[in-house]
Write a protein that binds this ligand. Structure first.
Ligand code: NAP
Length: 249
């Protein structure tokens, strides 16, 4: 069997109603996974699931606001109850407000950390032990190039994703010996619904990298699907940059 194949796996992809998450859901379903499309927006979520089904794949939309710890745990329970298990977890949902540190409201700090850090934490706490009991699983966290560089205006966002990169390594140490591989993909600037408003700022960021352009959601999805698959069977605790080479220069 092709090592990239995901046939028979159940994959929970957060933030799958848009951008990188939607591209990941569609790609994983094309490779055989039954994908749980998680997000808040029912119309966009059903549209992604419908795209998958129209292509002959399996997908269901599951609604959850991941800023609420209770809703996060409920999502994990619901996924396991409705679909029997979760073999692949992609922690992709994220918020990325930019701005000066002194103008950042306390509520915004709470929101960004709730969605970007606490939600993955609770999902892993809930799902990784069950993966381990079943003999294996794969978790892929989506971070950002801003987790590794000190960009002005990205202190809150970058620090939240830097936490996720450390969690990726800690969870690889914690769950890897029990068969659960935990890795991260670190994208550079990508054109998505979420970055549509950034206009030339996104192009200016992208211009700093060897590729000299912003990425497409599909290009990040390919890396996520790889890390989730048996093709990456010896890859644990890695942070894979998919950033047009920004990390190299
Ligand atoms: P996007 O187009 O803005 O979509 C964000 C996704 O997160 C949507 O599916 C949204 O779903 C979901 N989401 C937002 N708030 C949520 C909440 N409270 N509860 C549940 N789901 C929520 O995102 P993107 O640009 O594809 O980015 C995806 C990930 O890649 C993020 O973690 C981001 O930090 C990271 N990243 C992006 C870039 C980039 O340039 N695009 C670069 C580096 C890293 P609903 O609206 O349906 O809730």
């Amino acid at each position: 069997m092709n090592a990239f194949d995901l046939t028979g796996r159940v994959a929970l992809v957060t933030g799958a109603t848009s951008g990188i998450g939607a591209a990941t859901a569609v790609l994983m379903a094309r490779r055989g996974a039954h994908v749980l499309v998680a997000g808040r927006d029912g119309a966009r979520g059903e549209a992604v699931a419908e795209t998958v089904r129209a292509g002959g794949g399996r997908a269901d939309f599951v609604a959850a606001d991941l800023r609420e710890a209770r809703a996060v745990r409920q999502l994990a329970l619901q996924a396991e109850e409705l679909f029997g298990r979760v073999d692949i977890l992609v922690n992709n949902a994220g918020a990325y407000p930019f701005g000066p540190t002194e103008k950042t409201a306390d509520s915004e700090i709470d929101t960004v950390y709730a969605l970007n850090v606490k939600a993955p934490f609770h999902l892993v706490a809930q799902l990784a032990p069950a993966m381990a009991r079943r003999g294996g699983g794969a978790i892929v966290n989506v971070t950002t190039v801003a987790a590794a560089y000190g960009f002005a205006g990205m202190a809150l966002y970058g620090s939240s994703k830097a936490a996720v990169e450390l969690l990726t390594k800690a969870w690889a140490a914690e769950y890897g010996p029990r068969g659960v591989r935990v890795n991260a993909v670190r994208p550079g600037p990508v054109r998505t619904e979420g970055t549509a408003g950034m206009g030339e700022d996104l192009d200016a960021l992208a211009a700093q990298a060897p590729a000299g352009r912003s990425g497409e959601p599909q290009e990040v999805a390919e890396a996520i699907a790889y890390l989730a698959s048996d093709a990456a069977s010896f890859v644990h605790g890695a942070v894979l940059s998919v950033d047009g080479g920004r990390s190299a220069v």
